[in-house]
Design a binder for this molecule. Structure first.
Ligand code: SF4
Length: 286
């Protein structure tokens, strides 16, 4: 059985950095908490709990004794200021690409632009970006919503980092017709696009596609949907324990990819399992 692992499977730069920051903090400080789970992966969150790092739901749950870590999505300006006022030890693991989006939103509003933020309205990252706008703004999540924008003298546009670049261009084309002056800051990070394109390329070549990652991870679920469209025999698992030898009886080529919040050790566990299944099959044939 041939195993093909997609490029860009697993942690993106921002998530790897944030997890590293948490692991390091757990060796230096006591009472380390993360504001929300550091990533959408229950296995890794549980491992961190064993090291004494607990997720808390909101800034209200943070106590003076805590060292609080801000996850890669970032938080709102109000929440950040609230923590500062509490005088707790803050470690900011916000991804630098998300910080760029915060700064861009703030600068556009300071330069007199009406800001348009393009992204998922309820996503914590988007709430964070919006909170840095200092004047009028619109939050839109589709081309159709861009068409509803009123005419303004100056629009300044930023996007949630994980949005699709091609679709964003279409949205910008619509906004161009709604103002006399337009400034666009490209705040999209390519990690998601690269991962999805690499997964598609593998899904085209295999009889079965395995997508590894938290069931609560939006980007992993999206990867699964994309692969399923190409390879009907696609499955989404969290760990190798969800696999069974029988699933591979008629499989010659199996592909594997993983969401941005899936640690390498979980991906490697699956690959090792597949190798064992392949070796066992070879032995039976001999
Ligand atoms: S997807 Fe991009 S912006 Fe988001 S955490 Fe990863 S590297 Fe940073």
């Amino acid at each position: 059985m041939k195993i093909i692992k997609a490029e860009h499977a697993g942690f993106c730069f921002g998530v790897e950095r944030a997890v590293g920051i948490v692991e390091n903090a757990s060796t230096i400080y006591e009472n380390v908490v993360t504001l929300g789970p550091i990533i959408h992966n229950p296995q890794l969150v549980n491992k961190l709990k064993e090291k004494g790092v607990l997720p808390v739901e909101s800034t209200g749950d943070v106590e003076k004794k805590h060292t609080v870590i801000i996850r890669s999505h970032g938080i709102t300006k109000d929440n950040y200021n609230f923590l500062k006022e509490k005088d707790v030890n803050i470690i900011d693991a916000t991804c630098p690409f998300v910080i760029k989006a915060h700064k861009s939103a703030m600068n556009l509003s300071k330069e007199g632009y009406t800001v348009v933020v393009f992204g998922e309205k309820e996503h914590p990252e988007v709430k964070g970006i919006v909170s840095y706008v200092e004047g009028e703004y619109y939050l839109i999540s589709s081309k159709e919503e861009a068409e509803q924008l009123p005419f303004k003298e100056k629009y300044g546009v930023v996007a949630q980092t994980t949005q699709n670049g091609e679709y964003f261009k279409n949205v910008v084309d619509v906004i161009k017709e709604k103002c006399n002056e337009l400034k666009v800051v490209n705040t999209i990070c390519n990690a998601t696009t690269y991962r999805q394109e690499a997964a598609k390329a593998v899904a085209k070549q295999v009889d079965m596609m395995i997508i590894v990652g938290g069931k609560n991870s939006g980007n992993t679920r999206r990867l699964y949907e994309i692969c399923k469209e190409i390879c009907k025999n696609s499955i989404h698992i969290e760990t190798k324990d969800e696999l069974d030898e029988k699933m591979f009886e008629n499989i010659e080529k199996v592909g594997i990819t993983a969401g941005a919040s899936t640690p390498d050790y979980l991906i490697n566990d699956v690959i090792n399992y597949l190798e064992e299944v392949g070796n066992a099959r070879k032995c039976k044939k001999q």
